[in-house]
Design a protein around this ligand. Structure first.
Ligand code: AMP
Ligand code: ZN
Length: 113
């Protein structure tokens, strides 16, 4: 998608600190970290929100979750992490390319604001 910042990161048109990549997904550092570890996990395919997911995308979601566990293990985050997906305005979604936030490295309060 032409004007999507995450698609531009996928196409390497703008830089990002990539921590994991395969054919289908990308994991990179959030530019404005809200915790000592703040990663974004995205499918390379442009899917605007969770509401736009199709049955055929189920495998992609599995890959994102597996990548979260893999990266967290590699980064020594056994004490824990949070995987969060914001959907539409009430959740504060700013970038309309589906993504999960992986937050870690401090105590994360619940419920979030
Ligand atoms: P959300 O509110 O769930 O849509 O979150 C979007 C996230 O993308 C925010 O945490 C931003 O800091 C992050 N973000 C936006 N642009 C970039 C970028 N160019 N590189 C890395 N993270 C970004
Ligand atoms: Zn996109």
């Amino acid at each position: 998608m032409q004007d999507c910042v995450f698609c531009k990161i996928v196409k390497k048109e703008i830089p990002a600190e990539v921590v994991y990549e395969n054919d289908d997904i990308l994991v990179f550092k959030d530019i404005k970290p809200a915790a000592p570890v703040h990663l974004l996990l995205i499918p390379k395919k442009h899917i605007p929100t969770f509401f736009d997911l199709k049955e055929e995308d189920a495998g992609l979601l599995g890959e994102l979750h597996l990548a979260a566990a893999r990266v967290a293990r590699e980064m020594g985050l056994e004490k824990g992490f949070r995987l969060t997906g914001n959907c539409n305005q009430d959740a504060g979604q700013l970038v309309f390319h589906l993504h999960y936030h992986l937050l870690a490295g401090r105590t994360l309060h619940w419920p979030p604001g």
